[in-house]
Design a binder for this molecule. Structure first.
Ligand SMILES: C[S@@+](CC[C@H](N)C(=O)[O-])C[C@H]1O[C@@H](n2cnc3c(N)ncnc32)[C@H](O)[C@@H]1O
Length: 279
């Protein structure tokens, strides 16, 4: 499968930068989620769809020097970035495997399998989960974090610009592409994968003021999505004024002492019981 068929956000350096800003915002939430899920020192953790390496770096911090992190990623280009970031952070116990998560050969003794914004790209998330559970030892942790992107970036109180931005960013129902509500469907996917009912962790980032990174994040996300939105909804990039969007959003929010809330994120975790197996 051509990776571009499933990844509407593109493959550019701008997309890699967007992933890094995104992690600046969501990283603290992801850390709290993994800690609640029981990921900690000395564990051997699999990070599927590891992207630019943000989750792997966070996991490395949680498992410490006596643990291990293995990332799997099908975009070879972004893996170079991930490897360089891990090397510059000085972690010698984080490695990456290039390939499709369904196809590469992986160990089956992981203490945990983890992923963020990965299941939304899988055609059958429950089947993918079921396969990944096979890589985890009995009693190991299965921890995935996904968003509900249909609750779009919201400004309180709203403005003409924030309402317009919501209209641009929500593709009409039925638009082909990733599962925009994967966060709300994690519970069902876990059950269908043969896992026990997962515990859920729900949080949304919010902020205001000039230094809040949300304005750049939203503008960079729209920049990455523009080609796909142009095809799906006929959105005219000239109408968006993408190069000035972050500054206009910042002015709009800060001038009114408003706040911006970003899409809600859902984390689900469960432990593999002795009966949860590859079927
Ligand atoms: C939105 S990014 C998230 C990256 C990272 N997990 C994070 O939270 O920063 C999704 C990543 O999953 C990768 N991906 C999607 N499906 C995959 C698959 N079946 N096998 C391996 N990688 C996959 C994509 O190439 C992309 O880099």
């Amino acid at each position: 499968m051509n990776p571009d068929d499933v990844y509407a956000l593109g493959r550019s350096d701008a997309e890699t930068r967007r992933l890094i800003i995104q992690h600046q915002i969501y990283g603290p939430i992801t850390r709290r989620f993994f800690q609640a899920a029981g990921i900690g020192t000395r564990m051997k953790v699999l990070d599927v769809g590891s992207g630019a390496g943000d989750v792997s770096l966070l996991l490395a911090d949680l498992v410490g020097p006596r643990g291990r992190v293995v990332g799997v990623e099908m975009n070879a280009g972004i893996l170079d970035t991930a490897r360089a970031r891990v090397a510059s952070a000085g972690w010698g116990n984080v490695t990456f495997i290039s390939g499709e998560a369904h196809e590469v050969l992986l160990d089956s003794d992981f203490d945990a399998v983890a992923g963020r914004w990965f299941l939304m790209y899988q055609p059958d998330p429950a089947a993918t989960l079921r396969g990944l559970v096979g890589q985890v030892r009995p009693g190991g942790v299965v921890a995935f974090q996904e968003n509900d992107f249909t609750y779009p970036p919201t400004v309180f109180p709203p403005s003409d610009l924030s309402r317009q931005l919501q209209r641009w960013t929500i593709p009409p129902p039925g638009t082909p592409g990733p599962e925009m509500q994967m966060g709300t469907k994690l519970f069902k996917a876990y059950l269908e994968a043969g896992l026990p009912a997962p515990e859920l962790h729900v949080e949304a980032p919010a902020g205001g003021g000039t230094d809040w990174p949300g304005y750049d994040y939203v503008a960079e996300t729209l920049r990455s999505l523009l080609p796909a939105l142009q095809r799906a909804t006929g959105l005219d990039p000239r109408q968006v004024g993408i190069d000035t969007l972050a500054a206009r959003l910042r002015d709009d929010v800060t001038s009114r002492q408003a706040i911006q809330m970003l899409p809600i994120t859902y984390g689900a975790w469960a432990r593999k019981g002795s009966s949860a197996s590859r079927e």
